[in-house]
Write a protein of this length. Sequence first.
Lengths: 183, 754
Amino acid sequence: MAKKIHVATTINGEPVEFLCEARQSLLEVLRDTLNLTGAKEGCNNGNCGACTVLLDGQPVDSCLVLGVEVEGARITTIEGIAQDAHLHPIQQCFLEDAALQCGVCTPGFIMSTKALLDRNANPSEHEIRFQLSGNLCRCTGYDKIIRAVQDSAKALAAGGRRTTEKTARPNGSPAKQAQTQPR
Amino acid sequence: MASSSFEKKKYKVIGTRPVRHDGADKVTGRAIYGSDFRLTGTVHGKILRSPHAHARIKSIDTSAAEKHPGVLAVVTSGDFPNLKNKIANLGEGSVNLAHLGANVLAHGKVLYKGHAVAAVAAVNPHVAEEALKLIQVQYEPLKPVVWVLDAMRDDAPLLHDDLRTSSMGKKGDKPSNISAHIHFETGKVDEAFAKADVVIEREFKTASVHQGYIEPHVATALWNEDGHLTIWTSTQGAFTARQQTAELLQIPVSQVTVVPCEIGGGFGGKIAVYLEPVAAVLSRKCGRPVKMVMNRDEVFEGTGPTPGSFVRVKLGATRSGQLVAGEAWLAYDAGAFPGGMIGPGCMCVFSCYEIPNARVDGYDVVNNKPKTQAYRAPGATQAAFACESVIDELAEKLGIDPIELRLKNAAKEGTRRVDGPVYPRIGFIETLQAAQASEHWKSPLVGPHRGRGIASGYWFNIGLKSSASASVNPDGTVSLVEGSTDIGGTRTSVAMQLAETLGIRAEDVRPQVADTDGVGYTDVTGGSRVTFATGLAAYEVGLDIQRQMAQRAALLWECDPAKVACTDGVYKTNGKSIAFAELAGKLGETGGPVVGRAAVDPQGSSNGFGTHIVDVEVDPDTAKVTILRYTAIQDVGKAIHPSYVEGQMQGGAVQGIGWALNEEYVFDEQGRMQNPNYLDYRMPTALDVPMIDTIIVEVFNPAHPYGVRGVGETPIVAPPAAIANAIYRASGTRMRELPMSPPRLWAAMTEKKS
């Protein structure tokens, strides 16, 4: 077996080190080495987007990135989106708008949505469809996903991108200030 | 069973849109799908697949692979029991076990490119793949046959030497690729055609298409030292996976536990087992848990597409538009082994209409493609593409509005389908009326190269077996255990029916999908049956709990339980009352836990009808079709969670759009699939479709207490015909072959011009 290579990187704001073989993809490292199984393998050749993560803020298919390439990079995965025990507004909108059925493509869609809204706070329907065309969903026909993205944009505009509160917490306890999102 | 008083009842939970119970897990990446599951000590299995579409296996030498460092076990079909022909019922369809076994690992012959031949377990998937390359297989290539009509010819290469055509209870006397001939006939068909004012007969072809679920097949098996086999898998039916695995390994079902993980789509394609028995035998051989995950190309080449088809439909009508005669001739791919989707195709081809004289002949044909599997209303879409295109042509020829023509001939309560059954109360006419009244149909379509099409579709929507139980918690919530894998939000649609029955909130039910040791037998998540049949079980669980809770209230009040009434979750007698949650807190002092249970097996079908309207634009230079506007209308009986009902209609419509416009298996002359990846097998992306409008029609189903009919499958049936009809109006070209991809449409448009 090939000798493993040491990689130091940042994942969801935390420094992470791992050993990987040169042939292992970032997706494989995330899932099998680091047990971050939120990114899914749908095709392993960059066509379905189920493995989308943010690499230095850019959405990438993690199956097309090698583990050894992320030395010194900042990676955000679906596991790093919810803040301080609260869903991110995008996650909340996907739930409230029933924008998922089987849910296996959902982590990838949420990551692509986050990348889009980080860059363009008020995208048109066409811009949303274009940005999400690298993510395949076989269940929903996309309608409710597009609406969830539109609602996410509105929610973020209304509350600011770091205010993740959308609904009152149970028992009237005060909402905690969300922590800074690692970028 | 249900009283009509339910029809008018105002519901508190049903018809609302709560957040699904498994929602937070699924938007945070925490939900455990089959490939996310890992046991300590897991090793990884991979499958060697045939490079030939048709070949005899002369020898397999696994010795070099076995010696490869990191390899723990290698298996071939020789490691499996020798299975005789035996038919096993899998709920939605049945399977010949000898064929199922030979599909899981080839015996003697490979029958399609991608057919599994051998398997390896190794320390990681890369090492397993290295070892596959060391397995030496000697093949004697044979001539393949792919197109269904070619496979029916007398001189076609034969796939199975022992296959004889069964027709009307008799077996043929010589080997054939035609495994079955189906025939239905009613009335005097030839006479009726002779008397008809207008007769139209057309031929249609459709390509093989795949279900396309984003999650590849996966299974982890552990054959424990005590002889018990546990399998964690993504399956539409844990119990059918258990049965198939046990039968293939010739062990009792009680020796197998199947744990259903979260499932990333199925659409009918995750009912048959592929990896489960292989992982099991590898695990037995190496004593470790073995995990197997398919690559995307393995999914395309090694698992079920749904049949490619040839269909001829002939319809005769009077000048005023009354259908008097129908004839259909259908031949469907079965793929490598008999038992395709021809049966439902034959039953559905004329299922939307009352046709007094009709004849249907159908042929199940084996050919060198992967064994076909169910795909959302299996067999109905191919048939509807043909029938609904001819209906459209008939409307044009008679100068009758296509909705009016359908209304004139629409199946209704009392109509006898050509295969025999008489419809109970159904809602086809209501979908046509809703289409007529829709904003979409009433608004003009303007602009060049644009056209509007309409078509209808039908699917049975089955019942079958479901079990459920629920326990009352002291805080007034209820924990529900069911056996139906949740593919699209059915935990919630089932939990809502329990909540409604008990008079509590949807959020106060905690639904859970159990493994095969944790719940009673439950058939597959398929046939649009879960919200109907498992929902019925949840309703009966609710009644069981309600009965017991009334007894507890009677104990508290020292009265006759028969004197305790329950309305909206409040138990009352003689001016005294107690709410469900408060009573739940007193179970400890009134006799202990309350557990409700139910097992149901509703018979017959609930009959789902839909009508779809589509506007398209055809680029005259490139023949690219753009979907401009789309409306799906369907009778669902009762929408329990309207958002997920809409979602089913939208998702089915878009799968139908893909089937209509782009999706197909492309085969070379050697019968090898040329496009086993998502780039070349072109499923719709977000950019390819508009918003999909939905109109939910609710015609109460008397076979269900809340009127549910099921929703999932019907929406895929109408789209190809609706789009073909729209393309005709946009371009003047009638397309009778799927997919209507730019090269095919361009050729047809060019031919018409010249």
